[in-house]
Design a protein around this ligand. Structure first.
Ligand code: C2E
Ligand code: CA
Ligand code: CA
Ligand code: CA
Length: 279
């Protein structure tokens, strides 16, 4: 009887390395984490290259995991996207960011007039409830929709361009700004670029990295900036790490830049300090 009892215990010991079990456990943890306030938003300043001043921030989500520490989006966004959890996650990030926007707006020394950029996933873009969600989030904080900029990757836009045109038109109607993120990494045709009611092209970091090293990358970055200006929208460079890159972008007429050269994504208290010394 003793032996049998021990074997039964062995059988019920959880299999530690079953990927399906790990995935389910991680999903459960993320769902609980969202409910229990374990998400954090860090904010990376966006610099106006014409004035050298901060013109806004981009919200970037993190997950304060109970045992694994502060996790970057690469550890959980894909899972959130596949499971649909990205909807409550995205709604929370938007609300958190607009809460900061509301509080900074009252501080007219540093923060009034800043733009707040928030990332949207493909799954959110296809959510029929998206426009209402964004509208009520703005109303809750009584904010001017023009202060909000939604970033959508080129790949997400092109996965269903027809549906994307409709969602973007509805968002545009609310008065929010729209940016095409990771521009240059997908396959958007110029025809679609013209159809999307966008305000901004964000040139992918992979091209910015090559500035000064690879003449092909410089040509691509230059063409993206010219393309943006030809259709009357702003060009933004992400992942600017050196002053050489910033100088080249300025010479090319790029409008805005983000990157470690200026500031890393910062938790709210550190963002406030940064803004106080940079605006
Ligand atoms: P992204 O939207 O292209 O964001 C830029 C990423 O580059 C961020 O990584 C940022 O921390 C990083 N970065 C900024 N400046 C530099 C630089 O100078 N050098 C380098 N090497 N990296 C830089 P992060 O925060 O890990 O976010 C990764 C991606 O996760 C984002 O890429 C975005 O696609 C996604 N993401 C982040 N927050 C959200 C969110 O709230 N919702 C959704 N759906 N996606 C999000
Ligand atoms: Ca982005
Ligand atoms: Ca705007
Ligand atoms: Ca990117």
């Amino acid at each position: 009887a003793k032996e049998r009892g021990r074997n039964r215990w062995e059988l019920h010991r959880p299999a530690a390395s079953d990927p399906a079990v790990d995935r389910l456990r991680a999903l459960g943890e993320l769902r609980r984490g969202i409910g229990e306030g374990a998400l954090r938003v860090h904010y990376q300043p966006r610099i106006d290259l014409h004035t050298g001043r901060a013109s806004g921030v981009e919200a970037l989500v993190r997950w304060q995991h109970p045992t694994r520490g502060l996790l970057p989006p690469s550890e959980f966004i894909a899972m959130a996207e596949e499971s649909g959890l990205v909807r409550p996650l995205g709604a929370w990030v938007l609300d958190e960011t607009l809460k900061l926007a509301e509080s900074l707006r009252r501080d007219d020394r540093h923060g009034a007039g800043l733009e707040f950029a928030v990332n949207l996933s493909a799954r959110q873009l296809n959510d029929p409830g998206l426009v209402d969600m964004v509208e009520s989030a703005l109303e809750r904080r009584n904010l001017d929709p023009a202060l909000l900029l939604l970033e959508i990757t080129e790949t997400a836009l092109m996965s269903d361009p027809g549906a994307a045109v409709e969602s973007l038109a509805a968002l545009k109607n609310l008065g929010v700004g729209l940016a095409v993120d990771d521009f240059g990494t997908g396959y958007s045709s110029l025809t679609y670029l013209k159809k999307f009611p966008i305000n901004e092209l964000k040139i992918d970091r992979s091209f910015i990295m090559g500035l000064g090293l690879d003449s092909g990358d410089a040509a691509i970055v230059g063409s993206c900036i010219d393309l943006a200006h030809a259709v009357g929208i702003r060009a933004v460079a992400e992942g600017v790490e050196t002053s050489g890159q910033a100088q080249t972008l300025q010479d090319m007429g790029c409008d805005l830049a983000q990157g470690y050269l200026f500031a890393r994504p910062l938790p709210e208290p550190r963002l406030r300090e940064w803004l106080a010394s940079h605006t």
